[in-house]
Design a protein around this ligand. Structure first.
Ligand SMILES: N[C@@H](CCC(=O)N[C@@H](CS)C(=O)NCC(=O)O)C(=O)O
Length: 203
């Protein structure tokens, strides 16, 4: 049995897992549930949500970041030492626990004035966080970790490449190390190949 990842036809919170599979050369079944069939499928999902993964053993697990962390560990891209794992987890949590929820709030806001205010809040917060990340936590040549590529690079890339354009969030050019890391991920052949072949989705 091969690994199966179930989500909607979206990059959303599942794309980090797909990037990890692409980088590691891990074959997987990329199940994309139609929104219309979700009500019928929901009761059967491990926690009633997507994404979830069925492992080769048949065991099923949910929670996108836990899944991404599990596969980052499995494919040895979470960091080489306990401290590097802390550093990569910190960047991943910044993106997924702090930044992405701000963008989701913008997405669901219907009032244009409130939407603009939420966008400004997100941009201001990203500026402050990235200032600190750039100064203190970009420790490789073109990677978060001194030891090189990790899932933290993929999480940053996922935020900047997949989420930010939909909300006009800009990464200032002065954040050179962050930009170098995003470019390195983008030109990584297995990631470029995945981006080329993945199904189209607006988000
Ligand atoms: N904390 C969970 C959140 C999962 C989640 O809310 N998934 C959404 C899609 S992004 C979902 O399943 N929505 C349908 C529903 O909850 O019925 C994770 O990161 O996996």
């Amino acid at each position: 049995m091969s690994i199966k990842l179930t989500y909607f036809n979206a990059r959303g919170v599942a794309e980090l897992i797909r990037y990890i599979f692409a980088y590691a050369g891990q074959e997987f079944e990329d199940e994309r549930i139609q929104r219309e069939s979700w009500a019928e499928r929901k009761p059967d999902a491990p926690l009633g949500s997507v994404p979830y993964v069925v492992l080769e053993s048949g065991e099923r697990y949910a929670q996108a970041t836990s899944l991404a962390r599990f596969f980052a560990d499995k494919f040895d891209i979470r960091g080489k030492t306990a401290e590097e794992k802390l550093q990569s987890d910190m960047i991943v949590d910044l993106v997924r626990t702090d930044i992405i929820p701000l963008l989701v709030k913008i997405f669901f806001e219907k009032d244009n004035e409130k939407k603009a205010a939420l966008k400004k809040e997100a941009q201001d917060k990203v500026n402050v966080w990235f200032e600190k990340v750039e100064a203190l936590y970009m420790k490789g040549e073109s990677s978060v970790l001194e030891s090189g590529f990790s899932w933290a690079d993929l999480a940053l890339f996922n935020a900047v490449n997949d989420f930010f354009p939909n909300f006009n969030i800009i990464v200032d050019e002065k954040f050179e190390k962050i930009h170098k890391t995003i470019s390195a991920v983008k030109s990584e052949p297995k990631i470029a190949e995945w981006i080329e072949k993945r199904p189209f989705s607006p988000m």
